[in-house]
Design a protein around this ligand. Structure first.
Ligand SMILES: Cc1cc2nc3c(=O)[nH]c(=O)nc-3n(C[C@H](O)[C@H](O)[C@H](O)COP(=O)(O)OP(=O)(O)OC[C@H]3O[C@@H](n4cnc5c(N)ncnc54)[C@H](O)[C@@H]3O)c2cc1C
Length: 509
């Protein structure tokens, strides 16, 4: 059966691998010249700037996700870096020097517990509750259903779910708790502020923090040395090894439909290809409203598109610097407040700066030198997208001015940055949108926000359309590589089931 897949992001590549393993003849059509989509890094001078990964769930070989990744790539050959601290947040009432009033989110659960109790003994009850949640998640990690959709689970596997009862209880207890609501129950002002600032001033379900923390402690959420593009390329290589073909620079304009049956795709260059099954692993909004012209929708889809159910995950202004010295004295990931609020041209007010210092990956900078990246999340990605379309000169002036302001602030804070800058790159939401087509330049699809359990708002099919499927990071709020891997894996199982094929994994590494 001939299958066309739109998009060579990690979703399209993973799905392509699974379908190739199960006898489908697939081809991936990618508008860019490279695989990976958002999972990207690029070279400038002797530096590699990374636009994506800081951690990959499943980096430890005891984890179920490790087994899942191993279906597609040789995990043993990847070096992962596990950090002692997830994040260092400098609070508002700080001195000017880096390091004053810093809250440290340690990855080792015992150390975190001791640290929190030492900081705020008056909040011991709340701290123990939080630590108990992290330990419960650790004990159960991921439900056993990870390797199979429920229709393929054996009765024994289904019965095992009973042992997950304590996890379920904790999950139900915490499902509406956000960093803000947790902070409001704390007495200690330092800890209160630290929890409010955990997500750069946003209110987010606390499970978004506790889940990775559980995995960090188990060394199962490491950073892959070499960066994002290298990681994605491994899946692209596996796909081609399995006989799949990736057609680069082949943007899809429309999905061809005859009598409500998807019949392949029409490309930007005017050519078409026929397929028995058409799958989009590209942006959700593009797929539903452009490639299919909004003809296969229902009330739920319209509500999603009108942003009535979920918000779009913010986009990013990413300033990457290649700096000719080392910064070993700094945390690898920290946030610090800025003295005077900065109002971005897109209307976002920034009160703090998020900094990544990649001194732990020696492969991405010449010896003794460092890649530093500053990220600024924005909910108005469209401002940059529209500006670039209308007036590219003004856009360049605007983004350079933004970057220069932030570099000045960083230089004042850390010292010795500006004068050592050798390479610089500024990616805006327009960059993310241009290279990957993500709606509003979204970094991770839908924003989970307070409502973590608003899972899977996007179905794998569309109403009234046959022989068509959809999968991407828009399928699960919060996106991220583990979600896209699991979604692609599940979709492949469903497609096999529908076609009476016994799902199999070929060439597990
Ligand atoms: C700054 C940042 C940091 C992140 N950090 C992490 C992290 O630490 N850990 C983690 O797990 N996740 C992280 N993520 C999220 C993760 O990168 C994404 O959720 C994931 O890569 C999405 O994969 P995808 O294949 O679903 O979508 P995409 O990567 O968007 O892939 C879609 C592909 O479709 C192609 N395409 C689009 N339109 C067309 C068309 N018309 N024709 C042909 N091709 C088309 C695109 O070019 C692209 O290659 C981060 C993302 C960002 C932006």
């Amino acid at each position: 059966m001939k299958v066309s897949i739109i998009g060579a992001g990690v979703s399209g590549l993973s799905l392509g691998c699974y379908l190739q393993m199960n006898g489908f003849k697939t081809a991936i059509y990618e508008k860019h010249s490279l695989p990976g989509g958002l999972c990207a890094s690029w070279k400038k001078g002797g530096y590699t700037f990374d636009g994506c990964l800081h951690w990959v769930l499943g980096s430890d070989n005891g984890s179920p996700f490790y087994k899942l990744w191993s279906e597609l790539l040789d995990m043993k050959s990847i070096e992962f870096v596990n950090h002692e601290e997830r994040l260092a947040v400098e609070l508002k009432e700080n001195g000017n020097k880096y390091g004053d009033k810093v809250f440290r989110l340690y990855t080792n659960t015992d150390r975190l517990e001791a640290y929190l109790l030492d900081l705020a003994p008056e909040d011991s009850r709340m701290i123990w509750k939080l630590i108990r949640l992290i330990r419960t998640i650790q004990k159960f990690e991921m439900p056993p259903m990870i390797e199979n959709i429920s229709k393929l689970q054996t009765l024994r596997r289904k019965m095992e779910m009973i042992t997950y009862f304590p996890f379920l209880i904790q999950f139900l207890k915490w499902r509406h708790v956000t960093n803000y609501s947790f902070a409001s129950r704390l007495k200690n002002p330092f800890l209160k502020e630290a929890f409010e600032l955990l997500f750069d001033g946003d209110e987010v379900n606390l499970l978004v923090m506790t889940m990775p923390l559980a995995f960090y402690d188990q060394k199962s959420a490491g950073y892959p040395v070499g960066g994002s593009a290298k990681f994605a390329k491994r899946i692209a290589d596996k796909y081609e090894l399995l006989g799949g073909k990736i057609h680069y620079n082949k943007g899809v304009k429309k999905i061809n439909v005859e009598n409500s049956v998807a019949k392949g795709v029409l490309f930007d260059d005017g050519t078409s290809v026929y397929s028995d099954m058409t799958i989009s692993a590209a942006d959700w909004n593009f797929t539903v409203f452009k490639a299919l012209e909004g003809k296969y929708i229902n009330k739920k889809i319209l509500e999603l598109a009108a942003l009535k159910k979920l918000e779009v995950y913010p986009s990013v202004m990413l300033i990457s610097l290649g700096v000719g010295r080392s910064f070993n004295e700094f945390a690898h990931f920290f946030r610090f407040p800025i003295k005077n609020e900065y109002l971005s041209p897109d209307g976002t007010a920034y009160n703090q700066i998020e900094v990544h210092i990649y001194n732990y990956d020696k492969s991405i900078a010449p010896e003794g030198k460092t890649v530093i990246a500053m990220s600024f999340y924005t909910r108005n990605g469209e401002f940059w997208i529209n500006m670039r379309q209308k007036d590219i000169e003004e856009y360049n002036i605007c983004k350079t001015s933004f970057a220069n302001t932030m570099i000045d602030i960083l230089d004042e804070k850390m010292g010795g940055v500006k004068e050592f800058i050798e390479e610089m790159d500024v990616a805006t939401p327009a960059t993310y949108n241009r290279y990957t087509g993500n709606w509003k330049g979204s970094a991770q699809g839908w924003f989970p926000g307070k409502n973590l359990v608003a899972a899977s708002p996007v179905a794998i099919t569309l109403p009234g359309l046959k022989n068509f499927y959809y999968t991407s990071h828009w399928s699960i709020p919060g996106g991220g590589l583990p979600s896209v891997l699991k979604s692609a894996h599940d979709l492949a199982q469903r497609i096999c089931l529908k076609n009476n094929i016994k799902f199999k994994i070929e060439g597990r590494l």
